[in-house]
Ligand binder design. Structure first.
Ligand code: NAI
Ligand code: MG
Length: 332
């Protein structure tokens, strides 16, 4: 049986993952779920942010459903983000972030797009060194990294029925590194059968608001994709609604775009929709297409019929909202 790891993490992570699992456990998926741990609470308990036992469990699984972790506030030279470690360890080079509204009344603009973000290079190398009061970060952009993320974006765009990909970069300033990305983009796109264009990242941040219909599939580097995807989430229904898939060739990590929501943690108010939608992406990755569309339909029905959490103007708690989705599931 295919094994799937489950990590709640910190803050609202265990709440949104717990709610999602309460739904998945009521579905006949033929999957074995294995709970494991990482993050700040795990460190406080075990002395390790990402225990080797967790890594071994993950290596025995095909996918991970993950909530969020809290980053330590003070600088610790020994800290290395467990999430970034996992992205590196499993070479999860593509971060796919669909940006579409489910509830028309909660969208701010007409954005129906997907952001395909390079996930292992760019600013997120964590190679920082201090030299006489100056901190220097090594930023990495490789031809291989650019090529494979554009190839992935082409696949994603085609599956989602888009016919244009926009490369978002800062090649006007970062002329060699982002220039390489832009050059590789046009090279790989030549035989794709899709339209190709590009935009500078600051202009893209504005255009997401001023001309959202311009965008279909955006392919971009790590930091730009991280920032633009929170913006796109806010434009299409809020962070409680935005899912993501971190994909490598052999493993997938599925998580909401949001973090550990420390301001609302432990209150049973977080919206689990982003995590439920991430579980839908996971089911698709595991080729359980019918289950994915049944779960997504139940979620959409729940929301459109007015059962909602507080961020969407509703009154339901995290667990109660999940119960409503599970009820719809049995009606599908
Ligand atoms: P955040 O994404 O956790 O929260 C931003 C705002 O959105 C907060 O006001 C929060 O209440 C709201 N929000 C987030 N998720 C929500 C949900 N499901 N339902 C309703 N409202 C929701 O970002 P923040 O506050 O900047 O970061 C908190 C912690 O999370 C930090 O330690 C940060 O490093 C970490 N983080 C972790 C990530 C991960 O594990 N993948 C990603 C982003 C941040
Ligand atoms: Mg982020």
């Amino acid at each position: 049986m295919t094994r799937v790891a489950v990590i709640g993490g910190d803050g609202i992570g265990p709440e949104v993952v717990g709610a999602t699992m309460s739904i998945l456990e009521r579905m006949d998926l033929g999957l074995e779920f294995v709970e494991t741990e990482m993050g700040l609470a795990c460190f406080e308990r075990t002395g390790e942010y990402l225990p080797s036992k967790t890594l071994r469990t993950l290596e025995s699984c095909k996918a991970l459903l993950f909530g969020a972790i809290t980053s330590p506030v003070t600088f610790d030279p020994c800290y290395s983000s467990p999430l970034l470690q996992l992205r590196k360890h499993f070479d999860l080079y593509a971060n796919i972030r669909p940006c579409f509204p489910i509830l028309q009344e909660h969208k701010l603009v007409d954005l129906n797009a997907v952001i395909v973000r390079e996930n292992t290079e760019g600013m997120y190398t964590c190679r920082e060194r201090e030299d006489d009061g100056t901190v220097i970060l090594e930023r990495v952009v490789s031809e291989k990294g650019c090529r494979r993320i554009v190839v992935k974006a082409i696949k994603v765009a085609k599956v989602m029925g888009f016919d244009k990909i926009t490369c978002v970069h800062k090649a006007n300033v970062l002329r060699r590194s982002d220039g390489l990305f832009r050059g590789v983009f046009y090279d790989v796109m030549r035989d794709s059968g899709l339209q190709a264009d590009d935009m500078i990242v600051d202009a893209a941040a504005a255009a997401l608001i001023s001309k959202p219909k311009y965008f279909q599939c955006i392919v971009t580097l790590n930091l730009y994709g991280d920032i633009l995807s929170d913006e796109a989430a806010a434009l299409t229904g809020g962070l409680g609604m935005a899912p993501s898939a971190n994909l490598g060739d052999n493993f997938g990590l599925f998580e909401p775009v949001h973090g550990s929501g420390l301001d609302i943690a432990g209150k049973n108010v977080a919206n689990p929709s982003a995590t439920i939608l991430s579980a839908c992406l996971m089911l698709e990755f595991l080729k359980k297409m019918d289950a994915a569309s049944t779960l997504q339909s139940a979620l959409v029905q729940t929301l459109t019929e007015g059962d909602r959490t507080r961020d969407l103007g509703g009154r339901l708690g995290t667990r109660e909202f999940a119960d409503k989705v599970a009820e719809r599931l049995t009606r599908q």
